[in-house]
Ligand binder design. Structure first.
Ligand code: AMP
Ligand code: MG
Length: 487
């Protein structure tokens, strides 16, 4: 497909015009000395932007919010949210701005958004800023997720602001430019619902339908169809996270999109071994957002979403609740179907295999993996070779060889398909020790490790010589990993 690359970027302002109650006109802070750290050239081209122009001083000013593109009305978006279960009626973009919408090469409308661009009226006690490390973390992990085939917001660039940001120590500041199919969140609906303005709620729901689920518009009950579409998208999304061992870390309702894209990569990380209790976030004391809780939390968040939609579902409140409950009941089935299908694919199980046999293989395996603290990503990739007859690598991951051999014999007997396994089991994921090392180096001014890590995780399923260390688990002395949020 040929696209015309433009050096002057024009953005739409539909959100600002159509939902003014949810938008505050705002400008980014002026950063006098911005410096481009990473630019996603392929994504830029996909959006019709000329990468060479984005690298010019004028382009960099745009990426940091100092120059406003033609036609744009930058806004801070309002939203509410349940944070760790407690409701906060007014959160909103405290340090972010929606610059506007752009139509990509496939004709889809996408948001261009900045994070770390200065205080807004939603900043509360925050400084409105972001540090280089966390913005690069979002860049690396979101691009890895995209390459892994997971619906996600994308990262266009990280620009160093030239200013220091005060955290536990003074750190170099940065702005991330993010691209999303929209920034509508469950929290956006909570905010709209709270205003008591049903017309606003309806316009918001119509906007979500138009942007994400146009088929719902033709349904007998469009808002119910919208709800069901979001339920299905989230069931599928969270199943993908679980299959990859991804832990989001802050699944507050303001961090759950209506589009079904993963958003807001804060204290996120990938599990090493399969343990449902795994928590990485330093602020998640109760383990609310532990790896194994994610499917349930998503359902809880969807229930909060359903509550906001009640006035649109039916005039009779009891009937509206009934409809919402009925639709939400689909979630559990959709999630477990997606998880089971995904696990069967990871193990290369043939299509027609008896469900009971497949389920037993999966359950037995999960017990073995958990018990043996076996590296999740490394194990599944090694099983591709095992399906081809070479079990040496897979066996080396277990202490209890007899238990593994017994299981593997049953598995081999069903005729697993090695090639299809290699297409769903990644070699390279942003492993915690690699991410941490790369971000520390970047904070000290060396971008090389981030760029090399990006190269590895941007083609996660294709094993390449020279990248062996990107496929290895953390060294023993890496210890228990903790990630920090609010940065
Ligand atoms: P998050 O945990 O990143 O999803 O953010 C939760 C809320 O806190 C959102 O309303 C953010 O805009 C806001 N926030 C996070 N960090 C800052 C900051 N440094 N300055 C202002 N607001 C912030
Ligand atoms: Mg957030």
């Amino acid at each position: 497909m040929s696209v015309t690359l433009t050096s002057s970027i024009t953005l739409g302002n539909r959100f600002a015009r159509e939902l003014p109650e949810l938008a505050v006109d705002w400008q980014a802070e002026k950063f006098p000395d911005p410096r481009l750290l990473v630019l996603n050239e392929l994504l830029a081209v996909d959006l019709g932007f000329d990468p060479a122009w984005l690298r010019t001083p004028q382009g960099v000013r745009l990426l940091v919010g100092s120059a406003v593109p033609d036609g744009a009305t930058p806004v801070a978006q309002a939203y509410a949210g349940h944070q760790f279960g407690g409701y906060v009626p007014r959160l909103g973009d405290g340090r972010a701005l929606l610059l506007g919408e752009v139509t990509d090469a496939e004709g889809r409308q996408r948001d261009l958004h900045l994070k770390g661009s200065g205080r807004t009226p939603f900043a509360r006690g925050g400084d409105g800023l972001a540090a280089v490390g966390p913005m690069l973390r979002e860049y690396v992990v979101s691009e890895a997720m995209h390459a892994l085939g997971v619906p996600t917001t994308r990262s266009l660039a990280v620009v160093a602001t030239g200013q220091r940001v005060l955290r536990e120590t003074a750190l170099p500041g940065a702005v991330l430019s993010r691209v999303a199919s929209s920034h509508l969140r469950v929290g956006t609906f909570q905010y709209a619902r709270d205003t008591g303005d049903v017309d606003l709620l309806r316009r918001l729901a119509d906007c979500a339908i138009e942007r994400h689920y146009p088929a719902a518009a033709g349904s007998e009950r469009p808002y119910r169809a919208l709800f069901e579409a979001v339920v299905a998208a989230q069931a599928s999304l969270v199943a993908r996270w679980m299959l990859l061992g991804f832990v989001h870390g802050v699944m507050n309702t303001d961090n759950m999109t209506i589009s079904g894209e993963s958003i807001d990569y804060g204290p996120c990380a990938f599990i090493d071994s399969f343990d449902p209790d795994t928590v990485f976030s330093s602020i998640d004391h109760g383990g609310r957002y532990a790896y194994g809780n994610q499917p349930l939390v998503a359902e809880w968040n969807l229930a909060r979403f359903a509550e906001t939609l009640l006035p649109l579902l039916d005039e009779d409140r009891e009937r509206a609740v009934e409809l919402a409950v009925e639709s939400l009941e689909r979630y559990g089935h959709q999630y477990s179907d997606a998880w089971s299908a995904g696990m069967r694919a990871k193990l290369g199980l043939p299509d027609g295999l008896d469900t009971a046999i497949g389920d037993a293989l999966v359950e037995d395996l999960l017990r073995l993996l958990r018990h043996g603290r076996v590296d999740w990503t490394g194990f599944f990739r090694a099983m591709g070779a095992a399906a081809r007859g070479d079990t040496q690598l897979a066996r080396s991951l277990f202490h209890d060889l007899a238990a593994f051999d017994t299981w593997a014999e049953q598995w081999r007997a069903v005729g697993p398909d090695a090639d299809s396994m290699d297409r769903v089991n990644p070699v390279y994921i942003p492993r915690n020790h690699l991410v941490e090392g790369a971000l520390t180096a970047a904070t000290d001014g060396d971008l090389d490790p981030v760029l090399r890590l990006l190269e590895a995780v941007s083609s996660p399923y294709v094993e390449r010589p020279g990248l062996e260390r990107y496929a290895e688990p953390a060294p023993e002395d890496f210890g228990t990993y903790q990630t920090f949020c609010g940065t």
